[in-house]
Design a protein around this ligand. Sequence first.
Ligand SMILES: [Zn+2]
Length: 247
Amino acid sequence: MAHRTEALFRDDAYLRTADATVVAINERGGIILDRTIFYATSGGQPGDSGHLDRADGSRIAIAATISGETKDEIIHVPEPEQATPQIGERVNLAIDWGRRHLLMRMHAACHLLTVVCPFPITGAAVSEDDSRVDFDIPDASFTKEEVTAGMMELVRADHPIFTRLISDEELAANPGLVKSKNVRPPVGTGKIRLVCIGENASVDSQPCGGTHVKSTGEIGEIHIGKIEKKGRENRRFRIRFGPMPAA
Ligand SMILES: [Zn+2]
């Protein structure tokens, strides 16, 4: 039976610690809690690492976080040779915040890229030092300098980034909200989470379950490191932190 873990990071991506209770240990030693601040790998964003502190002062290091049988079941995968906690045990959770914050900045940067390049997305992957988004682009005239300038304009404007829940019906009435060509947001659950940028979502809104920083300014300086040709009409854009290196 799949458990339902309360995903605290959905309402507050800035939670670095929290208390939780162990509800199950799966057959591979994965730890399932009643609630968590650990994001599970999904939608191109890698899961969190971190640790669980036990009441006796010992610590269980968590190497990765994944979802289980359903998206609502979040599994904390311990590093090798860790002790196994008891069912019902209270633990204090801490994520590797430095890494998570880089992922939040990068993930938000990917949203900005989709504003500057408003084309169907065919794939995306976020990592702490290099992220990519693939698009179907009929017009291949984009340069990394132009796209970088467009993204940095949005960063400097320091637009707010926030989430909003909408119904399946609202989404059906606004098909333009979905930019991903291959991945459809899950419908039938009643509510879809939109990630919005700008006052009243004036810059962008799209369905997304990931973690993002709370304003575009917090992303900081970014640039397009590379635009790769992946097919006649497909381009892969790579985002990196820092200023664009001199040519
Ligand atoms: Zn997102």
